[in-house]
Design a binder for this molecule. Structure first.
Ligand code: ZN
Length: 411
């Protein structure tokens, strides 16, 4: 017996009673087959409905986790559930209606957007995905932001005229002459969904009955994808949710920057300018610091410089500047901020070691072994990281007769 598809008779049906025809298990899980159902099985780009089955004379309930066509001829509608209704023949099915209505709003909105684009630019919808957050439409032609904005206007103007949707099965003759959109060449019975003056498309999914129910269509972005573009959109309550989310995010940014909500772009621009000029100042100060270190170490032979808050590139620059003039090996170690206090135990650091026309490999190997380090490089220059106390590091280099320049002690 084939399940009666109540979802095609009344898309607004959110509760129904049904007889359990059979229960079973396949690779997706355990499922229930009913004599009739309002649960839409995944198809035509529309996700399956979710909800609950309540056994009429039992007190357990079964969560519907997925609904799929299955069985021999893919005609059986399988409701995948967390638990099977035990020894019961009759169930009351209740849909997660908010979710279903949202999917109808998205799906109808998508059809109308695709229909308008098809009519205006001749592009086909070659891919469609109803995600949890946004809907994506892939088109086989190019659109820019301006064109997208225009389509959005036209689509919204259209849906506000509140046209009634029509779902019908054309006869052979009609099928041959009607200019409907379709992803593939269709044989056999074709189900057409028409939004008069907006779109005509072959579809097995569920739609709102009048376009006003879509409420709002927001086209969020357009970017190059394969041979054409991918559009992101949201319709109905989802569009409202997004508006809320973005307003909230902007108002938080505004309050952090102490400006009015419409003042955030200018305020962020000011911050960026400020960061840019601060970065320039830091760069100049660093150059001065490297020059000063070089002067401090000039002609002193093997030197160790203990620094803090330098990144790997800066350590390298400082080592370069110093080893040019010290006349020996130069090791720069930058210790993490927690180590700036000489009393504090170490958490880690980075190092650079080099010698003009020399070979630091033996020293680096010993450093790595003694100071829990790792790293290496060329014979004359190496970089890496280590884990050791400031005191241990200093005594390691003192024993080797290095001159120690310690940023924290001011030496
Ligand atoms: Zn569709």
């Amino acid at each position: 017996m084939r399940t009666r598809r109540l979802f095609y008779e009344n898309v607004y049906l959110r509760e129904f009673e049904a007889e359990v025809l059979s229960c079973g298990k396949d690779e997706r899980g355990q499922y229930v087959v009913l004599d009739q159902t309002a649960f839409y099985p995944e198809g035509g780009g529309q996700p399956a409905d979710l909800g609950t089955l309540y056994p009429v004379d039992g007190d357990n309930k079964c969560a519907v986790l997925d609904v799929q066509y299955g069985g021999q001829d893919e005609k059986e509608i399988r409701h995948y559930v967390d638990v099977l209704p035990s020894e019961c023949q009759r169930v009351r099915g209740v849909l997660d209606w908010e979710r279903r209505f949202d999917l109808m709003q998205q799906h109808s909105g998508e059809h109308i957007v695709s229909g308008f684009i098809h009519r205006k630019y001749g592009y086909d919808n070659v891919g469609f995905h109803m995600g949890e957050e946004v809907i994506t439409i892939d088109l086989n032609g190019l659109l820019d932001e301006g064109q997208l904005h225009q389509i959005e206007q036209e689509v919204n103007n259209y849906i506000w005229t509140d046209r009634r949707a029509r779902v019908f099965f054309p006869d052979r003759e009609e099928k041959n002459v009607l200019p409907y959109r379709s992803k593939k060449e269709l044989t056999g019975e074709v189900r057409l969904v028409e939004f008069p003056g907006g779109d005509l498309c072959a579809c097995c999914g569920l739609h709102v009955e009048s376009t006003g129910e879509i409420g709002l269509v927001k086209l969020l972005s357009v970017k190059h994808f394969r041979e054409g573009v991918r559009i992101e959109m949201a319709a109905g309550k989802r569009a409202l949710g997004l508006l809320h989310q973005h307003l909230e995010a902007n108002s938080r940014v505004a309050s952090m920057l102490s400006v009015k909500p419409d003042g955030t772009p200018a305020a962020v621009q000011r911050l960026q300018d400020e960061i840019y000029s601060l970065k320039g100042e830091i760069l100049a100060l660093r150059q001065q610091q490297f020059a000063m270190r070089a002067k401090q170490c000039e002609g002193r032979g093997n030197v160790l410089l203990l620094e803090h808050a330098l990144d790997a590139a800066d350590i390298r620059k400082e080592a370069d500047a110093v080893l040019d003039v010290c006349g020996g090996i130069c090791v720069v170690i930058t210790l993490e901020d927690s180590q700036k206090d000489p009393e504090k135990k170490n958490t880690g650091g980075k190092y650079a070691a080099g010698q003009r026309n020399g070979d630091v490999r033996a020293l680096v190997k010993e450093m790595n072994e003694t100071l829990s380090g790792r790293g290496g490089g060329k014979p004359f220059f190496a970089q890496g990281s280590l884990q050791a106390d400031r005191a241990v590091i200093k005594s390691f280099f003192e024993e080797k007769g290095f001159v120690i320049v310690d940023d924290a002690s001011g030496a």
